[in-house]
Design a protein around this ligand. Structure first.
Ligand SMILES: [Zn+2]
Length: 348
């Protein structure tokens, strides 16, 4: 890639960024040699993906468990009406879009639920991790894995018109657990599905996260903002809070206990907050044969499938099954109902 920058067309593509003194030719070369992991490709993840692809970060690994829906289009800039109509997995839709806007970089889409069984593999060869998730459970998981493996990661969240971000350099800065010892109790905090969200706060948070990623990848650690940044773009509040040093009793970065990485084996279920849906993953990943499953289900309801997922509607319930057996069951937020539907239609 060093030589690629000598290529006039490649040089032209990044010329304005190379002119910028914070990056320069050396910084551009470093970006081209880097791999970023984007955990989640919703609104924040879309903004991360687009900005890092255009900036010429050499490899983007995009991990998302969900598919595109109409309600995403107001703020998730990787997606179009056609992807929503086809319910394309977000990781695939994002990868397609990125290939159109920068064919010189590599995109590695993964349709999966990020959990204790795969997070260490996903971060292992990455230079920076960007948080585009919508829940604290996954953020603590990212935090544990990144502290354990000394990977820099950039926390970000947005709901309503409020957003927050912090850059975590393990053992150099406080980690997420130093700052937020516990997640807010379930259902106590507003979410994008209950309180809504407007696109400009996504742009603000993502802009800070992406800038921090560029600083980290080009090695300009002195330029990092070093704070917990909070914004409310409707109430016009911008705050920069000094988080101090790592907490002396932090279980994660001081005591080295990585609780979320040691979760017991077994099936994994999560209520998808505010969506009237439950996600279930089988204890052992499997390879689902969509065609034969579709044949089995056809008598019980409406079935459609493509290369990535199968959708089955029966009465008020809708089941979406991914290739590894993971399913999103819509029409209930009851774990037991979801489990029984899974057992009834998909089997164990
Ligand atoms: Zn800590």
């Amino acid at each position: 890639m060093g030589d690629r920058l000598e290529n006039p067309q490649t040089h032209e593509r990044y010329s304005r960024q190379i002119l910028f003194s914070g990056i320069g030719k050396e910084g551009q070369h470093r970006l081209s040699e880097s791999r970023a992991l984007l955990v989640g490709c919703g609104a924040l993840g879309s903004a991360h993906a687009e900005a890092l692809a255009r900036a010429g970060v050499g490899k983007l690994r995009i991990v998302d468990r969900d598919f595109v829906e109409a309600s995403n289009l107001q703020r998730q800039t990787m997606f179009t009406e056609q992807y929503a109509a086809e319910r394309t997995p977000k990781a695939i839709a994002a990868a397609n879009h990125i290939r159109e806007l920068n064919s010189e970089i590599e995109v590695e889409p993964e349709i999966t639920d990020v959990n204790h069984s795969n997070i260490e593999r996903l971060i292992n060869d990455c230079d920076v991790v960007l948080d585009g998730t919508d829940n604290f459970a996954t953020r603590y998981l990212i935090n544990d894995a990144c502290v354990k493996h000394e990977k820099n990661w950039i926390y970000g969240a947005a709901v309503g018109s409020y957003g927050v971000t912090m850059t975590i350099r393990p053992h150099q800065t406080p980690c997420l657990r130093c700052v937020f010892e516990e997640a807010p109790p379930a259902a106590s905090a507003p979410t994008c599905d209950t309180a809504g969200v407007i696109m400009p706060i996504i742009s603000v948070v993502a802009a800070v996260q992406v800038s921090e990623a560029l600083k980290l990848l080009t090695g300009d650690v002195a330029a990092l903002h070093g704070s917990l940044m909070q914004f409310d773009i409707w109430r016009n509040e911008w705050r920069k809070i000094n988080p101090g040093p790592p907490a002396p009793d932090c279980p994660t970065c001081t005591l080295g206990k990585f609780q979320t990485l040691e979760a017991a084996a077994g099936d994994f279920a999560a209520v998808m907050c505010g969506r009237n849906a439950v996600q279930l993953s089988p204890a052992q990943p499997t390879q689902v044969d969509f065609k034969s499953l579709a044949d089995r289900l056809r008598g019980s309801g409406e079935v459609k499938f493509n290369d990535y997922l199968l959708r089955f509607s029966a009465g008020e319930f809708e089941l979406t099954v991914f290739q590894d057996g993971r399913s999103i069951i819509r029409g209930t937020d009851e774990m037991t109902t979801a489990r029984s539907l899974y057992a009834k239609y998909i089997g164990n």
